[in-house]
Every structure is written in structure tokens, then in C-alpha cells.
Design a protein around this ligand. Structure first.
Ligand code: DQA
Length: 138
């Protein structure tokens, strides 16, 4: 089973960025612990701060991979293009957020990904990614 985690803008700063919201662990450190927990999954990771690169990556994996775990970060709330890309591909996409966006500002209540995603997992900290992988193994 091939699954990719795609992280959007500012998530390269996890561990340093607003630790009271996003925790103090870098994504690389978390990923290195996560990967061996799912030996049956060929798990890869991609991060970009650039909307078009995220769309290109969805196109690249979206007809061959078994699952995409997408934390589009701020683009979740703004990007019609990313929503269209999720709709365009064949691979199911699970939307993930580290924080519970529903407890935060009103602009974070909107998602262009959720209506075209297989499901949404949010608010469990970094464990949201872990739960998203598990959702593909059910
Ligand atoms: C986030 C929530 C978004 O609203 C925010 O813009 C992020 C991170 C999360 O994982 O909690 O950058 O996607």
C-alpha cells in the first residue's frame, strides 16, 4: 500500500512555529517515528509552501497511489485550485489538521478540501496523521 503525506505552507516550521498550537516536535522527527509503526505501508512525505507544487504533487501521485493524507494548511481555506485537484485525481484523499480548526478563527471554518475528501481528521495534534493512515487500513 502506497500512501503519501502532503503538507502545505509553513508546516516546514513545525516544532518552531506557534508551539502552543502545533507542538514542539518537527515533522521530520514525527515522521521518523511514524514510518516504522506501519511496516505494511510504503509511506512517503512531501512538503511545499507553493500552491502549484502541491497541485503538481497531487497530479503525480493521484492515479497510482492508494492514499493521500493532505494537510493543505492555510490553502485549505483559500484554494479552489487544490480542491479541484483533489476532485480530479483517482486516489482518495484524507484531509488532516493538527489543530482543531473549528475552535479557531472563523476563516478556518471553511475548507475547499473537505467536500471532495474521503474524510477529515483534525484536532489530535500530530496524531491526526497517524489516525489518517489507520483510516486507510480499515
Ligand atoms: C493547520 C490549520 C490551518 O488553519 C493553518 O493555516 C495551518 C495548520 C493545522 O494543521 O492545524 O497552517 O492546517
Amino acid at each position: 500500500m502506497k500512501i503519501i503525506i502532503i503538507n502545505g505552507p509553513n508546516l516546514n516550521l513545525l516544532g518552531k512555529r506557534e508551539p502552543q498550537i502545533y507542538g514542539s516536535e518537527s515533522f521530520e522527527d514525527y515522521f521518523n517515528l511514524l514510518k516504522p509503526r506501519f511496516p505494511q505501508v510504503d509511506l512517503t512525505y512531501f512538503q511545499s509552501n507553493i500552491e502549484g507544487e502541491l497541485i503538481d504533487k497531487l497530479h503525480e501521485v493521484g492515479f497510482t497511489f492508494d492514499g493521500v493524507i493532505l494537510n493543505a494548511a492555510a490553502y485549505t481555506h483559500t484554494s479552489v485550485g487544490l480542491g479541484d485537484a483533489v476532485k480530479a485525481i483517482a486516489t482518495p484523499v484524507v484531509e488532516v489538521h493538527i489543530s482543531n480548526t473549528h475552535q479557531r478563527e472563523e476563516f478556518r471554518q471553511v475548507s475547499y478540501i473537505a467536500p471532495v475528501a474521503k474524510g477529515v481528521i483534525l484536532g489530535f495534534g500530530m496524531q491526526s496523521y497517524d489516525l489518517a493512515i489507520q483510516s486507510f487500513l480499515l
